[in-house]
Design a protein around this ligand. Structure first.
Ligand code: TYD
Ligand code: MG
Length: 453
């Protein structure tokens, strides 16, 4: 039996068990249960005397107090993803792989906000103050009036933040913080959850915009910040493909804005620079567009983005053909392959298929179906698409090509970048010479015969 007060907390999903087990009964992760001693089991309410509660006071929807203005940090790409600046009294979780550039981004955010007059603090549990200073110096931000601290003890941090008024505070990272109320080590689910809860509470009470950094690791060693996601108002993900300088900031949850907006940055020698017009960034420039390439006219958030899909269909050397995809959804690829096979008569079953989205971008729009299919068909048939052609459209299981949102802006952006034609759903618009197709088989036939009306 477990000792009194001991619970076994899954480091992967945060579920608490009274007994140890090799596999978490909640999320099926192996070897993830770790004993944590708490004063009372999680979820149990502390015994209260009825006389101490205040009862529930209801309020109306209308408020006399006007909403506080958002803090505009001046890093436009960041502000836009937040929904037009950060909201005072809100908590934001910024997640991302170690080394992707979270600390760099947030240092730039607080420094720019401070230069615009916001009272900012940057508290790091990972780097020494000298290190942060050095980085700020290299990025030309040494003059920004940011208050720095290197600290991991939650109690000291809370005290410090109560002593001075702040508008914007960065905690880097939530995994390094520890509260002396728990015996569990820093980075455990208990610590991460309780430190985040305390910091979020302080943010709400004092009207501070609080940004928490959370490392995401695949092996589950550090408690994932998933348990924190429910507590915060916004979850942002900072992504980047290794070997590419581009970094994408994406909203995964946002109580104060849209979640489909992206911010694009480029990592250079002096920190991150904003890419204000990313539409041509992910195009493979120069050289002929070979068979297997299709330019997708996509929309990321509010902006059109053109990106190249590259496919290679090759004879398979193995019994089970390989399917590898970078930058697009595996399941979606399987679906498009099945439709190409059974509705368009393209025999891909025993061939290796590779699909890559150029530039390290991740595409999640269904509108990319036709572009992926066109790239695959172009490689399989060894016929290149016209150089000046963009592609978009959703493909259904029955092989139909469906219209997608904002077709006019896709065409307009393509025209702006020098494209002359488009392959898309029927009735896509008339900004360019559009070859409208209602079925995927028709698109495949056109690629094979090189007939573009
Ligand atoms: P960092 O912000 O420390 O990542 P995280 O906080 O997400 O772990 O960024 C680390 C990487 O960024 C590191 O590999 C070096 C690179 N970098 C640059 O290329 N240029 C720069 O100006 C800075 C500050 C970092
Ligand atoms: Mg860091």
């Amino acid at each position: 039996m477990a000792r009194d007060g001991a619970v076994y907390v899954c480091q992967s999903c945060g579920a608490a068990q009274s007994k140890w087990a090799g596999q978490c009964p909640a999320c099926n992760a192996w070897n993830s249960l770790v004993e944590e001693v708490t004063s009372r089991p999680p979820g149990a309410l502390a015994p209260t005397k009825a006389s101490k509660t205040r009862g529930l006071a209801f309020e109306g929807l209308e408020s006399e107090n006007p909403e506080p203005p958002r803090i505009v940090t001046g890093v436009d790409e960041f502000d836009r993803v937040c929904g037009g600046g950060v909201v005072p009294g809100s908590a934001i979780l910024l997640g991302g792989d170690p080394g992707v550039g979270k600390s760099t981004l947030l240092l730039q955010v607080v420094a720019n906000a401070a230069l615009r007059g916001a009272r900012c603090a940057y508290i790091s549990g990972e780097e020494a103050v000298e290190q942060i200073r050095g980085r700020a110096g290299r990025m030309g931000l040494a003059q920004a009036p940011v208050k720095l601290a290197a600290e991991t003890a939650l109690r000291d941090i809370l005290d410090g933040l109560k002593r001075e008024p702040f508008d914007l505070v960065v905690i880097d990272s939530i995994q390094t913080m520890w509260s002396d109320a728990h015996e569990a080590g820093p980075g455990s689910v208990t610590q991460v959850r309780s430190c985040a809860a305390e910091l979020v509470r302080l943010a709400k009470k004092r009207g501070i915009a609080m940004i928490l950094v959370g490392h995401v690791t695949k092996d589950g060693q550090i408690a994932g910040p998933r348990v924190v996601e429910h507590m915060v108002d916004a979850v942002l993900a900072f992504e980047g493909e290794r070997g590419y300088p581009f970094r994408i900031l994406r909203g995964a949850k946002n109580r104060f804005g849209a979640t489909d907006e992206i911010g694009v940055f480029e990592m250079g020698d002096i920190g991150l620079s904003e890419v204000r017009n990313p539409s041509a960034l992910f195009l493979n420039e120069g050289g002929e567009r070979a068979a297997g390439a299709a330019v997708f006219a996509g929309i990321e958030g509010s902006r059109p983005v053109l990106v190249e899909f590259q496919a290679l269909v090759a004879p398979s050397a193995y019994g089970t053909p390989r399917r590898a995809v970078v930058g697009w959804d595996n399941g979606r690829l399987a679906m498009v392959l099945a439709v190409l096979e059974s509705r368009c008569g393209l025999g891909l079953g025993n061939r290796d298929v590779y699909l890559n989205v150029a530039g390290g971008l991740r595409i999640s729009e269904p509108a990319a179906d036709l572009a992926a299919a066109a790239a695959l068909a172009s490689s399989a048939l060894d016929e290149a698409l016209p150089q000046d052609c963009v592609v978009f459209g959703e493909v259904s299981l029955s092989g139909e090509v469906r219209p997608v949102g904002r077709m006019e802006s896709r065409l307009k952006e393509a025209a702006k970048l020098g494209f002359k034609r488009a392959l898309g759903p029927v009735g896509a618009g008339d900004g360019l010479a559009v070859t409208g197709v209602s079925r995927l088989a028709d698109a495949v036939r056109r690629i094979g015969e090189q007939s573009w009306s």
